[in-house]
Design a binder for this molecule. Structure first.
Ligand code: PLP
Length: 393
């Protein structure tokens, strides 16, 4: 048996444990008495045209046939057209590979690009599964801490790059901090990677994980990593933007000027096949073709963001102002965020300690919950704030 799988199986995962605890607690005292902020599962309704497109797709005689491994050409073309318009790049269907959600896309990239001993840099805080994808492919995770505003520490990034670095993984908007990588950060990352690439005589790829791309609140669009750096592979998913996390559908797109592009694309395709993905689900591929540029109505996330951020700030908690995704990142009043998460449970508040995200000392609150949950949780947060002396007044 593979040692790594046994090790992962034994490892604790705070997020899953808290969700399981929450479900048991809801069964015990009633769902309306538990304030569960543990799970980042989209709650915005699926746009009606997506359902209509699914019904239409069901009428196709070929709907249950496997598509080519890279995906339906019609979908790859629709994605390429959408992205070209966004980024001002000449992106063609050949640069697009349809994958089974962002998780599938990231696993494919890690397996295609890393060989045992290679290092992959991740910018903390980061999605817990990155470690699994990278180590699963035989790579080693190198963490780079953020600055106080959750932008990357570029000096630390430059210092972390070594001759073993094969790729840098970024996530914007970020799970768990809600931060969006600024243009300045992206330029800094691009310059650092170009310089290191010249130094080592081979490219360092930027893998940009963007499942929350459409969930940004203070501006129309996020600054695009692909527009900043030519050696970028974009990993996108419809899980959050169309509220379809169970349907497993997304795409990879490589920059037209990516170094060794053809070899990389062949590796991406073969990695997908060797991981057993064959092709992404056919029904969803057909259904997404007319829906590529759509986004679910994110008004509820925008409202919840303002409500929760305002409420907790008012109560004296130190919060990172979320710019995107649907997470609020709160500084733990105790040095040990796990201990604080345990204390919050006494008030039926389920807050995920950030240790598993590679940056201890914070709590992640998923605010994709009903607005009612936030409103009703105020008394519990107030009591928690009082216990920990956070009230400002
Ligand atoms: N990347 C990040 C940052 C995520 O938060 C998630 C899911 O929550 C994923 C990737 C995986 O998304 P998907 O459902 O598309 O596999």
């Amino acid at each position: 048996m593979q040692e790594k799988y046994i090790r992962w199986g034994r490892q604790k995962n705070c997020m899953r444990e808290l969700t399981a605890y929450g479900n048991a607690r809801k069964a015990e005292i009633g769902a309306d008495r538990v304030f569960d902020f543990s799970l980042g599962s989209p709650s915005a309704p699926v746009p009606k045209p997506v359902w209509e497109a699914m019904r239409e797709a069901m009428k196709r005689p070929d709907v249950h046939e496997k598509t080519p491994p890279a995906g339906l050409s019609a979908l790859r073309e629709a994605v390429a057209e959408n992205l070209s318009g966004r980024y001002g790049l000449d992106l063609t269907a050949e640069l697009v590979q349809i994958v089974t959600g962002a998780a599938g896309g990231l696993a494919v990239c890690a397996n295609a690009l890393l060989k045992p001993g290679d290092e992959a840099i991740v910018l903390a805080p980061y999605f817990t599964e990155y470690r699994v994808f990278i180590e699963g492919a035989g790579g080693t995770v190198v963490e780079v801490p953020p600055l106080a505003d959750m932008q990357p520490d570029l000096k630390a990034l430059r210092a972390a790059i070594s001759e073993k670095t094969r790729l840098v993984l970024v996530n914007t908007p970020n799970n768990p901090s809600g931060a969006i990588l600024s243009k300045k950060s992206l330029t800094g990352i691009a310059n650092a990677l170009r310089k290191a690439g010249e130094r080592y005589g081979r490219p360092i790829y930027l893998l940009s994980d963007e499942p929350y791309r459409e969930l940004c609140y203070d501006r129309k669009a996020i600054p695009a990593p692909m527009a900043a750096y030519e050696n970028t592979i974009l990993c996108y998913s419809f899980s959050k933007s169309l509220s379809l996390p169970g349907e497993r559908i997304g795409y990879l797109t490589v920059h037209p000027q990516l170094t060794d592009r053809e070899a990389v694309q062949r590796a991406l395709l073969d990695a997908a096949v060797s991981l057993g993905y064959c092709a992404a689900p056919s029904l969803m591929q057909h259904a997404i073709v007319p829906c590529v540029g759509m986004t679910a109505d994110i008004t509820r996330y925008r409202k919840n963001r303002a409500l929760l951020y305002g409420m907790l700030t008012e109560l004296g908690f130190d919060c990172v102002r979320p710019q995107g995704a649907f997470y609020l990142f709160v500084k733990s009043p105790l040095p040990d965020a796990k201990a604080f998460s345990e204390a919050a449970k006494r008030y039926e508040l389920l807050l995920v300690p950030s240790d598993d995200f590679g940056l201890p000392g914070y709590l992640r609150l998923a605010y994709c919950v009903p607005e009612e949950t936030i409103r009703r949780s105020e008394a519990a947060f107030r009591a928690l704030a009082e216990e920990f002396g956070r009230r400002k007044d």
